[in-house]
Write a protein that binds this ligand. Sequence first.
Ligand code: NAP
Length: 281
Amino acid sequence: MKYHRFGATRHEVPVIGQGTWYIDTGIPDRAIAAIRRGLDLGMTHIDTAEMYGSGDAEELVGRAIAGHRDEVFLVSKVLPENASIEGTVAACERSLYRLRTDRLDCYLLHWRGPYPLEDTVAGFETLQRDGKILSWGVSNFDVGDLDELWSIVGPARIACNQVLYHLRERSIEHAVLPWCERHGVSVVGYSPFGHSGAFPGPHTSAGRVLSAIAAKHNATPRQVALAFLVRRPSLFTIPKASSPEHVEENAGAGDLRLNGRELAMIDEAFPIGIRQRLPVL
Ligand code: NAP
């Protein structure tokens, strides 16, 4: 498993992590086994949110990581409607209770909402001072939002921006990714397989490019896709898988290195497209 430095934190975090949206909707024991298998394989970055299953995903994660807390880089998110100063603190405390832990490694604002950024940051700072979060970041922030936040907090404070990023949705590469790289903010790409069913099949011309590269590495097309999505030191990805078999396949991407020619082939098969406002899922 490859590791990258997470923003300005002191943490080296695995480039392939584990998402948990909808993980609570299947068979709980299977989902717990999947998360634990992921931990065994080095996918120790676990992403969850108070929104997922209205807390049920956090509860399931709490059960899965019981006895393994120190191995995990645990991330959760506050809903924008809770992100006042006191609301951020209270939401985090509810998440900690569900996750059966005393701290989060990183806490994110899920997307911009009604409260001024200053208030959410004040909530994050209170939590950080009390040791309940070790770092904080944002999600679904476009460059205008990032500029505004930077003007409030300055350097080395925003650990990451979690944004939509998969082979058919590369909009962040126009402006958000360069902004984050210039400012030392990690980019955590979500929905790396396009969330549901959008992964390019072997009968499409773009899918055939992935298959050809995969064959050379004794890998799978999904592993090639994940390796592409973490090809830069600023990038992380968090595929969600509720089956241990899927987790094993995804973890395999953590050791896959694509050469310049292969990256160029993928670049051509999945063009970045025109610049647009930051898309969200
Ligand atoms: P995703 O990871 O792109 O796709 C998940 C789907 O892919 C599931 O149906 C899963 O099936 C399947 N899958 C996973 N590994 C597979 C494999 N090796 N082979 C075949 N199928 C595989 O979608 P996502 O859940 O939307 O995104 C990932 C995570 O990003 C989320 O879980 C969440 O933590 C985060 N996220 C954040 C935001 C935000 O606003 N910040 C938004 C969306 C997502 P099984 O479950 O059956 O294994």
